[in-house]
Write a protein of this length. Structure first.
Length: 405
């Protein structure tokens, strides 16, 4: 009994220091979420995983309210498919400009330098790098390799100068020891000066839109694993397209951009075009999250005006719903387990089983008040533990009426 009381006291003292178990919990595309999936979502994750693994080149809409856990879904999929897929999270707000260049950088961060080197090596081997020139040193015939690459790729891309640049960079990376460093800098998304570009014999690095797209497509299509692009809050594009209808402008820009569109809506249209062009990349699965079915229909309507055939690539949407009651219990215990380990409380099973310092009545009330919305659930936990930090005495007997969540 003394040991049990000591554990409770240590836990409550930690709360009084202002250390809240649920603060800074919301996952982002950059901050890894490690708690896994609540029970009711395991089947949901399984369905998406099966869809991703059994299909190529599709767009899968996922619909869910704000705070429903769409970014947590990304991390769950990434963990589940880590041996089969490269999973890239994309926030349109972060890569609104330089779309292909920024997307390429995200993909390189995901696959890593060793995989990148493997891809360029295998490409050069396919293009004939193992066929050596006659002579004393028996080196690879770079010109022949480049010609073979050109013959293979020229019909896939209509920007031929950009394609030449990309071929020169890939072949220099593997076959020219004097230019390998500069070539690898380009492949890693670094920017080159004029002298370095001249040394490689190229006109542009990946700052140029077409160069970035061609390199992106070649790398993805030749990567060992499949590739998932997870685009969060896709309906923000619609918000930009419609902003000119909702905002009164002091400056009339119609004499520059025409009476129908604002600069923002023009950029949004270009962004849609670039995303749709990704569909040409073999083996790329695109998952988009939206807040409503209406937003999806508006997206489809916009796309149909550009290319109605692309609507065939859309899968039926999946709907992400809130936590069930048992999910909240699971989520609470899983998170508190990590917290107890972090503050060096061992043998915490009794604390978890009793959901101390809360109780089943409080957890059920949280589900009722939040409708199972994960973000609202977390906010409720944060508020409760903030209040517990100022509570004098043992909170074990407190009920749902004692908290203001």
């Amino acid at each position: 009994m003394l040991l049990w009381e000591n554990k409770k006291k240590k836990f409550l003292n930690t709360l009084k220091l202002g250390i809240n178990p649920f603060r800074r919990f919301v996952a982002t595309g950059e901050i890894k979420e490690s708690l896994g999936v609540v029970p009711s979502r395991e089947e949901f994750i399984e369905k998406i995983s099966e869809n991703v693994c059994s299909n190529d080149n599709f767009i899968q809409p996922i619909i869910g309210d704000v705070g429903i856990g769409k970014t947590h879904l990304f991390w769950a999929l990434k963990r589940k498919l880590s041996n089969k897929m490269n999973s890239i999270y994309l926030s349109l707000e972060q890569i609104y400009r330089k779309f292909y260049f920024n997307l390429y950088s995200e993909i390189i961060d995901e696959i890593g330098i060793e995989e990148l080197r493997t891809i360029t090596r295998k490409l050069c081997e396919r293009w004939g790098a193992n066929e050596k020139k006659f002579g004393f040193f028996r080196i690879a015939d770079i010109d022949n390799v480049r010609n073979n690459a050109w013959s293979e790729l020229k019909d896939q891309f209509n920007q031929h100068r950009a394609l030449r640049d990309v071929i020169n960079i890939i072949t220099a990376h593997q076959l020219d020891p004097y230019k390998r460093t500069e070539a690898e800098k380009v492949l890693l998304g670094e920017l080159l000066n004029v002298r370095e570009l001249s040394l490689l014999g190229v006109h542009n690095d990946l700052r140029k839109k077409r160069n970035a797209y061609i390199m992106l497509r070649i790398i993805i299509q030749n990567s060992e694993l499949g590739n998932i692009l997870f685009i969060d809050d896709f309906e923000k594009i619609i918000g930009i397209l419609n902003s000119d209808e909702e905002t009164e402008e002091v400056f009339d820009s119609s004499w520059l951009y025409g009476s129908e569109q604002t600069p923002e809506s023009i950029e949004a249209q270009k962004l849609i075009d670039r995303i749709l062009e990704l569909h040409k990349i073999e083996g790329l699965r695109i998952l988009i999250t939206l807040r409503s079915l209406d937003a999806l229909e508006e997206i489809k309507e916009t796309i149909s005006r550009k290319n109605e055939k692309l609507l065939l690539t859309f899968k039926e949407p999946f709907f992400l719903v809130g936590f069930q009651k048992e999910d909240i219990f699971y989520f609470y215990k899983k998170h508190m387990k990590q917290f107890f380990e972090r503050i060096n409380i061992s043998d915490y099973d009794e604390l978890l089983d009793s959901v101390y310092p809360l109780n089943k009545e409080i957890l059920n009330k949280i589900h009722e008040k939040t409708n199972g919305n994960p973000r609202e659930v977390i906010k409720a936990f944060i508020k409760i533990f903030n209040e517990l930090a100022y509570y004098e005495g043992d909170p074990e007997g407190l009920g749902k009426e004692d908290f203001s969540f």
